[in-house]
Every structure is written in C-alpha cells, then in structure tokens.
Design a protein around this ligand. Structure first.
Ligand SMILES: Nc1nc2c(c(=O)[nH]1)N[C@H]1C(S)=C(S)[C@@H](COP(=O)(O)OP(=O)(O)OC[C@H]3O[C@@H](n4cnc5c(=O)[nH]c(N)nc54)[C@H](O)[C@@H]3O)O[C@H]1N2
Ligand SMILES: Nc1nc2c(c(=O)[nH]1)N[C@H]1C(S)=C(S)[C@@H](COP(=O)(O)OP(=O)(O)OC[C@H]3O[C@@H](n4cnc5c(=O)[nH]c(N)nc54)[C@H](O)[C@@H]3O)O[C@H]1N2
Ligand SMILES: [Mo]
Length: 804
C-alpha cells in the first residue's frame, strides 16, 4: 500500500514555508518532525506561527441514533477540533466520545487507502494496490461476466446503514437487494400489523406506534424492555432525564443490570428470550382485574369483532375473495360486531356499543368476539405461569401490570436488541401491542409502544430519478439465507462490512463465500469483511468530499448538510463518486447526476413532505448546514385514523391462524429455552449487545476509544468461579458451530447463566475467531409468513466457556 496520496502533499506553499521557518519560540521543526515520525504523512500543524484555519459543518454517523451535527475546525489541512453545531435544534447540539475521537480516527491506520485487488487465497487477506481506473475496469468486467452467464439477479448488493447514496448502486445494476434482512424486525413483526405499519420501509414500517422520546414529558410510566437506551441512543437521552425530573416512573426489564437499568426507578431482571411470557402474564392480570379501557376497546380495536369458530376467520359483510388483487378494507367490506339491541351482526362503524364478549349464531354459524377468545386464550397464561417462564416473581408481574394499566399514560419502549433477536420476538411484539391496545395507550400523548424514535416522524427528501429500467431485481431468498440455500447469487457487493455484520454462523458463510464468482467490499475501514473480497475499495468518511458538498439528510426533525471538511484522504472517494465511476465503466451513467450538488438540490427541490418542502440549499448554507422541520408532528393515530384493514387497532391476526398465532401464543426460544437439550453441553446464553463506545463494527479500531473499550467476554463472577477463571484470562467461547477467544471479565451486572459481549468486534482484535462463528442462523417456518420475514436469532445462542 505504498505511493498513496499523502495529505502533506496538499500542504499549501504558504504553510510549508511557515513550517520551515518556524523558530524555537513556537515549536522547532525538528522537534515536530521527530514527534510525527511514526505517521509521517501528517502535516506538522504544531509548527506554525499563524495557522491556516477554517470551519465546516457535517453530520456524523446515524446508526447510533446520533446523527450529530458537527462543527469542524481544520487547521493547515488537518481536522483538529470537533464541536456540536450550535445552529442545530435545541437538545440536538450533541457530540459524544465517538464523534470527538474522529480527530484521530479519520486518520486511523486501518483506513483503506487505495483500491486493493486480492492476490492470495480468498480469506487470506493478501492484496496488491491498484488504481481506481484498474479497479473499475476489473469490477465492470466481473459484473458483465455474471450478467452474461447468469442474469442481473446474480449480482447481490448489500448495504450498510451508514453508507451514503449507495442504495442507488443496487438500482443502477438492477441487482438483487437486501429486502428481507432478518435484522431489527422481530418485535415489529408482531406490532406493525396491529397499527398497519407497512412492510419494512423503515425499521418498524412506515408508521410507528411510538410517540417519540420528546413525548416522554407526558408519560407517567415508562417500560424499557430489552432497550439499553442510555448506550444505544446516547446523544438523545436528555428527554429521558427531563421526563424523569418531571415525575415519570421508569422501569427497565432486562436480564442484566444495564446502564439504562441503573438510571431507572426499578430494574426487573428477566430470563432472556421470554418477554412474550411477561406481556402475556400482564394481559391476564389486566383482564382479570377489569383494568382495560372498555370505551377505547369498543371504539378503536378489533376486540369486538366476530371470529368464526369453524375456521378462525373474522366475520365480514361479504365473503373475502382469496384471489382478489388487493384485499378489501373495512369501508368496502365492513367487519361485523354483535349489536345487542338489534340481536344481529352489523358493521362495526354502525354500532355504538357492540357486545364485547359472547358467542353468537349468524346464518347458522357460531361466532365469538375476539375479546372472549382472548380471555379464553389467556387462561393458560396467568402470572404464576409467567413467573415460572420469566423468573420474575408473580407479585412483581402483578404490580407491574397494575402500574402500567392504572398509572398511565404509559409507554413501552422495546429494543431492537434483546428479545428482538429471538425467533419468538413477533409473539412478544403482538402481546406488547395488545397490552397497549386494551389499556388505551396507543394514539395517546405519553403512551405509545415500539422502538424509541426521536419523534418528528420521518420526512423523506426527494430522489434523483434514474433510468426506467434501473430497479432492483427480485430475489426469492431472504438475504441472510443466501449462504445456506440455493440461490442465483454469484457476485456479492458489500457496501460497508456486510459479511461480518449481516449473517450468523461465519464458518458456514465461509463455505458459501468460497463458491462465489466475485466479491467486492467498499468501506472506509479495513474491517473483517474485507478479508473475503476480490476487490476492496476505499470510501471516504463523512468529513471528506471531493466537492464542496457531500450529501444531505433528513432525520430527528432537521435537514442536514454534509459540507466538505477535508478533501478525500489517500485515494478514497465518496460513495457517490464511486458509483459514478462504476456506472461510467459499465457505460450506464447517462441518467446519473454529474455532481453531488446537482443531486442534493434535486432532493431538496422534489421533497413533497410539508415538513421539509421548500427548504433550499441556500437557506441551509446560510444556517451552518442545518434547518429544523417546518411543521410539527402529531402523536401517531391521535386523529383516530389507523391504516389497517379495519381502520382500528387490529389485534387479531387471521393470517396466522394456521400457526396458532391469531392471538399471541407463547413459544420458548429454540436453542436457549429452558427445555433445550443443548443446555447440558453449552450452558451459557450468549447475549450480544451495543456499547456507547462502538457502532457495531465501527470505532473498534479508534485508538482513543480503545482506551475505554476493547474486546471482552463478560461473565457473572459465580460463572467465572465455577470455571476457574480470573479477570483477564483469555477464554474460548464455543459451541457446535465454532468458537472465538478473547479476555474474560467478571461483572456483577451480568445475569448468571449468560455470557455477554459487544457485537461487531473485528476478528483482528480478538485473540482468535469471531463472535459470528458461534451465532445462531436458525429461522422458523412461521417466520417466513410474517410481515417482514424471519429474524436472525443472534441472542438465541448457547456456548460454553473455558480457559484458552
Ligand atoms: N452477532 C451479532 N451480529 C449482529 C447483531 C447482533 O446483535 N449480534 N446486530 C445486527 C444489527 S441490529 C445490525 S443493524 C447490523 C449492523 O450492521 P451494519 O449494517 O453493517 O452496520 P453499520 O453500522 O450500518 O455499517 C457498518 C459499516 O459501514 C461502514 N461505513 C461507515 N460509513 C460509511 C460510508 O459513508 N460509506 C460506506 N460505504 N461505508 C461506511 C463502516 O466502516 C462499517 O464497516 O449488525 C447486525 N449483526
Ligand atoms: N452506541 C451504539 N448505539 C447503537 C448501535 C450501536 O452499535 N452502538 N446500534 C444501533 C442498532 S442498529 C440497534 S439494532 C440498536 C439496538 O439497541 P438496543 O435495542 O438497546 O439493543 P442491545 O444493546 O442489543 O440490547 C438492549 C438490552 O437488551 C437486554 N436484553 C438481552 N436479552 C434480552 C431479553 O431477552 N429480554 C429483555 N427484556 N432484554 C434483553 C440487554 O441486556 C441490553 O441491556 O442500537 C442502535 N444504537
Ligand atoms: Mo440494528
């Protein structure tokens, strides 16, 4: 990796002369040069009497929920100071230690400096440096080979959330794309059908039933369920503490004494993977005590609807045609309820107080209300049962249910980690949504259920119009099943480190990877996935751009601009520049914008959402690259409109009758469940979670961050003692799928019977192997029938641990 474009070659003549002429009064050039010998490409900024300084604004990473707007000071070509952008909205003038660490991290030794072509065996990590021109010809040649031999869907594009504009790459190549990703959809699979959330267009679908963290000011009781907010939403924790100061009672339900649990009023430890049982127990308690809101249930939910005893379908005005192109909604084909006065089944909209319970005969068939069926269903799920499954004392479940139902408005904030990464997460989501629905906590200020978003709704910007035929191909196989099933995919393009992050069971993955024709890795850092690639491409960080403008985004109630802070370091390019180069090499660049500025202006000009429409580039530039949304957001569903088939909260799922899940029915986790046979050999559940120090695999290499966080397996001291382990020992964690090794640390906050680790650690920072060597790729048949497909049950993983 020699001959790269070192930044000190871009030193201006003026600053060079100044550096050369510096005297002992400042810092001598000899001293500065000595200090900088280890990284000789750094400009010796310390040596200048009058530094050349400028300020520019950009946004930082988004996946940690931060997307902080940063004010960056560049001195003599080097990034030297990072502060929050003081024009950002109040409460969003944030930066965390990850942002501050960028002063060092953008210059990390792990940056990919130049395009690299594999020379050794796949996986051996041996490459030679090539030019961008060579890289693009090589890329285009291999894509064409795949197109000719197997068709366009043989090229698969997988994109990290952080990459910019790279989703266009999938369209550009008409490639197969990651539509069913198996990640962050577990709870949503059970929640979204209740409020009509669309199929994964955002994490919880197009609409969420979470009101936004700023609405916690109206909340009296907050449940964090498998949500370590203080670490995984670090820069947006202020609304939480403000609400607590205003009297909100917060409860963390978590197997471990998480950072969030330490900041809550109560911590309720729970057996991993059993959230559904807790919610089911709470529902029974609420129903038995009549704590549900009858008026709300009658008017806003499907609980009064009539279920056929024969086949579990809902009674409608006329029979549903299974072959119909689009399903009929409640306006075209009303859902019926029982009208006591008329002694007949009538459209829900026409009956003010429908029968909530009872069994009725309509046209000779027997029907029961959803509520009656629920009460029957719940007979198996009393609090004693829930206590056995969750390990939470029955009286604690009872008081929790009472507080939630009677101490509202109450909000349930669920995590994308925790139980979301279990095959039974949809059942937990269904039960959580049902609990919120019967207590009237959806569509109400201070209520809500779902993953905690910031609360300004999304406000999409426009898009650059590509040529008509530039659409992704459809892939019948869910992306994460690619390694394990037959598929047409022969070429894998990972934008961001997808091979390590988006699959489980890395050893199995390895076999698949060896059989592929061509693998590309386009990333900022040389992380684990790079080692499998045939071609590695250097993308630049959010601080760098070859043009004055690098991008535009809309998030957390603001439109944000990425200005050029630095010129691209080394030979790196923006995602946009890389895509344009590739399109040019393939001769398909005609419909692409010529510049990033052109693209940004178009995205702003064609934005339709009233919250962002009319915001111009000039206005953004005049306000340090950030502007607040123009219209406030309302509490979702507070207008009484729910985009489900019935227009109400649909808590009964007729499509899942065949899986016995029309109403939530408990299912234990497959691998880690109490009855699992594997428990004898691998007694520890492996919990993988986030840390405020990393974003998945990002910042693992950042030296300033490494002072605080390096790879370690955390065990309860009792489990350490049982295995004869001491703090700092190198241990091997293993199961039948594989193993990894790293230091072990005793930690009282870890639940006995679990081992805990921060996911995303690069292989090179482990003593051996990768966390992903042991993770569970298993998926269920029911999973395939769910709204967003099955989940990768990362946390449903058992291991044993021994001294390495
Ligand atoms: N074992 C285990 N695995 C897991 C999980 C788990 O709990 N356990 N969690 C899963 C979850 S929830 C998720 S969301 C995924 C996340 O996995 P990813 O979606 O891959 O994570 P990101 O943080 O979005 O992206 C990380 C990559 O993008 C690169 N990158 C950063 N900025 C840019 C850019 O501007 N351009 C380009 N091209 N690349 C950039 C980073 O260097 C990094 O390699 O991981 C999943 N993997
Ligand atoms: N700093 C930082 N922030 C991030 C990310 C990051 O990588 N770094 N990643 C982002 C992404 S993509 C995601 S998906 C989110 C995830 O963020 P979170 O949803 O907060 O997920 P985790 O940190 O995995 O786990 C949350 C909590 O669940 C607990 N838990 C584990 N198993 C169970 C269980 O079975 N039941 C219950 N009730 N609790 C359980 C864990 O102990 C942990 O405290 O974070 C986002 N924010
Ligand atoms: Mo995620």
């Amino acid at each position: 990796m020699s001959g790269t474009n070192r930044p000190n070659t871009t030193l201006t003549r003026r600053s060079f002369l100044k550096a050369a002429g510096a005297t002992a009064g400042t810092m001598g050039i000899a001293g500065a040069a000595g200090m900088l010998a280890a990284d000789d490409w750094l400009a010796p900024t310390e040596a200048y009497a009058e530094p050349e300084e400028r300020v520019a604004y950009t946004y930082h990473q988004a996946h940690c929920r931060g997307h902080c707007m940063l004010k960056c000071t560049v001195r003599d070509g080097r990034l030297c100071l990072i502060q929050p952008n003081d024009k950002a909205k109040e409460g969003l003038q944030t930066v965390c230690l990850k942002g501050l660490s960028e002063i060092q991290h953008v210059y990390s030794a792990e940056r990919i400096q130049t395009p690299l072509k594999r020379v050794g065996e796949r996986g051996a990590n041996e490459f030679v440096a090539i030019s961008w021109d060579e890289a693009m010809s090589y890329f285009a040649e291999n894509v064409r080979k795949c197109w000719d031999a197997y068709g366009k869907q043989s090229v698969f594009v997988s994109i990290a959330m952080e990459s910019e504009v790279a989703s266009e790459l999938g369209k550009l190549l008409s490639a197969s794309m990651d539509t069913v990703g198996g990640i962050d959809v577990g709870y949503a699979n059970g929640l979204a059908p209740i409020y009509g959330g669309a199929k994964r267009s955002g994490p919880l679908g197009a609409v969420s039933a979470f009101n936004g963290v700023t609405d916690w000011m109206n909340c009296k009781t907050l449940l964090f369920v498998g949500m370590n907010f203080i670490e995984s939403s670090l820069t947006q924790t202020k609304p939480f503490f403000d609400a607590k100061d205003a009297g909100m009672h917060a409860i963390a339900i978590d197997p471990h004494y998480s950072t969030t649990a330490t900041k809550c009023d109560e911590w309720i430890p729970i057996e991993p993977g059993t959230d559904a049982a807790l919610f089911l127990g709470m529902i029974t308690q609420v129903l038995d005590n009549g704590w549900y809101d009858e008026a709300y249930v009658s008017a806003h939910t499907s609980l009064p609807f009539l279920v056929s005893q024969a086949d579990g379908s809902l009674l409608r005005d006329h029979a549903v045609d299974p072959a119909a192109a689009a399903p009929e909604d409640g306006a075209a084909n009303p859902f019926l309820v029982w009208d006591d006065e008329a002694q007949a089944a009538r459209p829900a909209a026409d009956v003010e107080s429908p029968a909530l319970e009872g069994t009725f005969t309509v046209d000779g068939e027997t029907y029961t209300t959803v509520l009656s069926l629920l009460k029957k269903n719940q007979q198996s799920y009393d609090t004693v049962w829930a206590s056995k499954v969750t390990g939470i004392p029955a009286d604690a479940i009872e008081s929790l249910a009472e507080r939630y139902a009677t101490g509202g408005p109450a909000c349930i904030a669920v995590g994308y980690g925790g139980n979301d990464k279990y095959g039974n997460a949809d059942i937990a989501g269904h039960a959580a949504g049902l609990l919120a629905a019967i207590t009237g906590n959806i569509g109400r200020a201070g209520g809500g259920v779902g993953y905690p978003g910031f609360g300004y709704g999304s406000a999409g910007l426009g898009a650059w119009p590509l040529a008509e035929d530039m659409k992704p191909s459809t892939l019948a196989v869910p992306a994460f099943e690619l390694p394990y099933v037959d598929s047409p995919v022969k070429c894998f393009i990972g934008v961001g480190d997808q091979i390590q992050q988006r699959f489980a069971d890395l050893n199995k993955l390895d076999e698949w990877v060896q059989g592929l024709d061509f693998i590309v890795y386009a990333d900022v850092y040389h992380s684990t996935g790079a080692q499998y690639a045939d071609l590695v491409l250097p993308i630049c960080s959010r601080f760098e751009s070859d043009e004055a403008l690098g991008g535009v985004r809309s998030n957390k109630g603001q439109v944000m601009l990425r200005q050029q802070v630095l010129e691209p370091l080394f030979e790196s390019k923006t995602d946009f520049a890389f895509e344009r180069e590739l399109a040019r090499a393939l001769g398909i660049d005609a419909s692409l914008p010529k510049t990033n500025e052109e693209r940004i202006v178009r995205m702003l000009d064609t934005a339709k959402d009233a919250k962002v429409a009319g915001i111009t580039l000039e206005e953004l530039q005049a306000n340090q690259g950030v502007l607040p949304y123009r219209a406030p957001s309302a509490v979702p569903f507070s207008d009484g409109k729910v985009p489900t088939a019935s227009g109400r909260f649909d808590v009964y799922f007729p499509d899942l009758v065949k899986f016995d899940q029309a109403l939530p029915a408990y299912e234990a986790p497959e691998e880690t469940g109490a009855d699992s046979k594997l428990r004898d050999r691998f007694p520890l559940q492996l919990c993988q979670m986030r840390t405020r120090f990393h974003i998945h695999n990002q910042f693992c290499d950042a030296e300033w961050i490494r002072q605080y966080s390096t790879a370690a397996l955390h065990l309860n001291p009792a489990d350490m003692e049982q295995r004869g382990l001491s703090n700092g020992d190198t241990v091997e964690a293993f199961n039948d799928r594989g193993s990894f090794a790293c230091p072990v640390v005793g930690d009282e906050s870890v639940r006995p019977g679990s081992a805990r680790i921060f996911e995303g650690e690069w292989s090179k920072f482990m003593n051996a192997g990768n966390i992903q060597n042991v993770t569970n790729p298993g998926i269920s048949d029911r999973g395939r029938a769910l709204l967003n497909g099955p989940v990768i049950p990362y946390n449903d993983t058992l291991v044993e641990v021994k001294k390495a």
